[in-house]
Ligand binder design. Sequence first.
Ligand SMILES: *[C@@H]1O[C@H](CO)[C@@H](O)[C@H](O)[C@H]1NC(C)=O
Ligand SMILES: *[C@@H]1O[C@H](CO)[C@@H](O)[C@H](O)[C@H]1NC(C)=O
Ligand SMILES: *[C@@H]1O[C@H](CO)[C@@H](O)[C@H](O)[C@H]1NC(C)=O
Ligand SMILES: *[C@@H]1O[C@H](CO)[C@@H](O)[C@H](O)[C@H]1NC(C)=O
Length: 646
Amino acid sequence: MRFNTLTCLIAPTFLTTLSVNALTSFQYLQVTKSFADAFMPSSTSDLVADLNSKSALFAEDVKGSVDIVGNIDGREYSTDFLFGLFLGAAQSPTVPSPVGVPISYNVTAAAVEHNTVSAGIKFELQYPILNATYPIELEAFLTINDKREITQYDLIFRRWAWATDTIIPQLTPYMAKLLGMSNDNSTQTLHQFMAYATCTQTMTYCTDGNAQYDTLTECLANATSLPTGEFYRVGENNLACRAVHSSMLQLNPETYCPAMSLSGGSFCIDRDYTETVRGDHFTQGFLAPKYVTPENKKLVQDVWASSETSELSGLLELSMSGQDAHSWDATWYATMTFVYFVFYYFFAKVTDFMFARFNNAYKDLPRELQKNVTMYFMTIIFTAVALALQLVGSPGFKGEWHLWEFKCVRLAGVLTVALYLFELIFRFNMRLPLVAHHILTIFAISLGVTTNEYTQNPTFMLSGIIWLFQATTEQPTFIGLMGYRLKWKKETVALILKISSIQTFIFKAASALALLVYWGLHQNFNYNSIDRVWSIFVWIIAIGLFLTQIWGSYVTYIIGVNILKKRPGPPIRLESNDSSSSNTSTDIDLEKGQITSSVEEEARRTGGTVTPVEVPTLGYDGKLEIGRSFTMSKTMSSSASTVVDQ
Ligand SMILES: *[C@@H]1O[C@H](CO)[C@@H](O)[C@H](O)[C@H]1NC(C)=O
Ligand SMILES: *[C@@H]1O[C@H](CO)[C@@H](O)[C@H](O)[C@H]1NC(C)=O
Ligand SMILES: *[C@@H]1O[C@H](CO)[C@@H](O)[C@H](O)[C@H]1NC(C)=O
Ligand SMILES: *[C@@H]1O[C@H](CO)[C@@H](O)[C@H](O)[C@H]1NC(C)=O
């Protein structure tokens, strides 16, 4: 498994690591989940140490903003505020704190565009003293850097005012009880409670150099002289601000104690509404397609969608275009395609060189047949690799989906497509049916990838796995053919071909049937044209395969038998006899004209040329041709078709 992971990841990584190391959209979403997870109850008893460990979520120079407070900058303050806000309630569950303890969440909305995430997270806050939970929704805009750190955040506590209006009146009786006063005037109770809560924390943590008051009484006198304030304005010079910040005192007394003074330090200060709203606090902003990198900063920094420009900036369109690029775009290509071709080119060169050096039979072959043998060898190797890769995706049949497995299956398809394209270019001559076979296979794989892209239904990967068996289980046939060309023992070659004829029949029939069954169970859709295209092709291919497999395997088998009897016999007459005697269907009749035509005619018709060397061997190949022509006129793939093309 590990090894396969590597195989599938190496290829894409090969080029991407050279240029880009931005995270994937999924990784940005993972960071968003880590952010939400940080609000969950700690698993350790040392809440303060646990809280400090959460600072790794933020970049050192993070710029933040929270609607109920104001701007919050830097890693320390961000961590202290966002998580410290809930620290007091977690530490003292018996105190009727207006802020509850988050115990669960659902991310109910999320959109990722480049490094910008917009998410809606619904938290459930627990109020132990009320034996109840209340939901609170946090709307978050985040930008995230390549180190998975949050570089900007803009948080909105949605309907927070309503939440506090709902929750606080239920808490005031407990506040009054704690203070030993009557709850006749709940405004009064809340005011007293917050002064008390603030001052007990202040007197505990703000000592020595950080001390703000000499005595609790002094503190209470100062605190009660302040207005209560609103819980949705906890960044202003009021008691609410001090109450909220008081649970952060233990984290960093030096920083937060001044906020407990009558002046409010630098946190609990008078703020201007207009200034606060107009202030542009962020470097990049959250205009999602605007992806600011050090390289493009000068160009895009000041791009906005605003009333001052009638059209959206072309830079925004460029920036969004990446998400709209698909493999079927005429203006788009995969750079890796060329890497595959260059790889196959060198592999073929080395194979040819090694055979020529170490195999005498190969040396004696004409150049064209040498190329064919090289191609057999490469097909054996790379279809085996593709077979291993496609099997990696099989957990999908159990409903287990993983992107890297998906990539392996796609790589199996890409390797096969590139191999077939390479063969089309590499070989001197290929008969029309084999050319058609290759092009149709390329079409089938491309169709699978495209259908998957359009529908976003991962079951098309599983169809791809089933379908790929057609191309990736032919190794025995090619071993037989290679053996034939390299003059292995006749008996061995005959045996291999006979066995492979049975094997390919079983595998391909099973594959065709499974493709159809799977389609019926999971892909019988009729929503878009792509659904209909897929359905039509699945049926054409599956039925075609069923009809022709028997014939294709029969032909392979007969070759195996005839090698022992007739090699290198003059076969053309014999063949036509065979076919006419054992078959009566109209298809065969159609093919008969072809079979009985002369070798030269056939070659001319199919666009090939007949070399002097090829003519004597055509006896053998000609026999196969029956199966090949028949098969290929009907289907996209069959063992006979590939066998035939010598
Ligand atoms: C999350 O969603 C589940 C299923 O809808 C629900 O039962 C649960 O209460 C939700 N939790 C929160 C915190 O919203
Ligand atoms: C808390 O509420 C649940 C039901 O919501 C109830 O079963 C439980 O007894 C309550 N606990 C206390 C301490 O009141
Ligand atoms: C409650 O107390 C506040 C002062 O703390 C006062 O302004 C208000 O009038 C009181 N409300 C009632 C109903 O007595
Ligand atoms: C507030 O605290 C200061 C000491 O820091 C004290 O001198 C002053 O009297 C207090 N104010 C009130 C209104 O009690």
